[in-house]
Design a protein around this ligand. Structure first.
Ligand SMILES: Nc1nc2c(ncn2[C@@H]2O[C@H](COP(=O)(O)OP(=O)(O)OP(=O)(O)O)[C@@H](O)[C@H]2O)c(=O)[nH]1
Ligand SMILES: [Mg+2]
Length: 223
């Protein structure tokens, strides 16, 4: 009996979140802004990836929403590059949700921006459960985390549109089994491209930026 009630509450939370996420998505689409929800474990390289992608996508005037439990270290790093970065602090919650992003977008200028990066809280579990109004999901998985991650955290890998396999510069020092990683990923997600990148050397980011350009092109032109 108690279990049944608990499931109802969770369904209501997800329904309400999805309703607001759809509203956020419609608003961004109408303004010609393509939103990418970046997910990954703490330290996987999400902010580094955003920094690298911004270098190649400056003409889209990218802006950023940073999700962290506390602090604004990543937002300040991006602002130093001249990027509009809005900080959300969840104060304990392990993921962003649609109401938080709705509020953030309402407080941003967006201006000529055609691209919005949303860095989710570093976590491979909860962020994957919540839509936040994004047009695409990008999972940063670094080789230092080990090749078993798709098997242990399936939802994050199942629900992503693109995987950036980061920190490949460190491969010579690790026993990362790429075949095992790909087998686990493909059992969950047959579609998402996997691009090997290095935030340190910049390798792979031209391809990642091209994927973003191709993905946002069908978006309605700015009115
Ligand atoms: N060697 C190497 N280090 C990297 C690479 N990408 C990121 N790093 C380092 O990894 C650390 C974490 O990178 P961040 O970009 O801050 O990771 P994050 O996922 O944003 O971290 P949180 O926001 O704390 O979850 C930093 O010290 C980066 O310099 C890479 O490709 N190679
Ligand atoms: Mg970060």
């Amino acid at each position: 009996m108690h279990d049944t009630r608990k499931i109802d509450v969770m369904e209501n939370i997800h329904d309400e979140n999805d309703r607001i996420a759809a509203h956020v998505n419609e608003g961004l689409t109408a303004r010609g802004v393509f939103a990418i929800n970046l997910m990954g474990a703490p330290g996987a390289g999400k902010t580094t990836v955003i920094r690298r992608l911004i270098e190649s996508l400056r003409d889209l005037a990218p802006c950023v929403i940073e999700g962290d439990i506390e602090g604004d270290i990543d937002a300040r790093e991006l602002r130093a590059l001249g990027v509009d970065a809005f900080q959300i602090n969840t104060f304990g919650a392990c993921h962003l949700d649609a109401p938080l992003v709705h509020n953030a977008v309402g407080n941003m200028t967006l201006g000529d921006s055609r691209l919005l990066f949303i860095e989710n809280v570093g976590n491979l579990v909860c962020p994957a459960e919540f839509s936040i109004g994004e047009h695409a999901r990008l999972l940063v998985s670094s080789v230092t985390e080990g090749s078993d991650k798709p098997y242990k955290y399936p939802l994050a890998f199942e629900r992503t549109d693109l995987v950036l396999l980061n920190k490949t510069d460190l491969l010579p020092h690790l026993d990362f089994d790429e075949d095992f990683f790909m087998k686990g990923l493909r059992a969950l997600n047959r579609e998402a491209p996997v691009i090997r990148v290095s935030g340190k050397s910049g390798e792979g980011f031209a391809e990642a930026a091209a994927w973003i350009r191709a993905s946002l092109s069908p978006l309605n032109p700015r009115p």
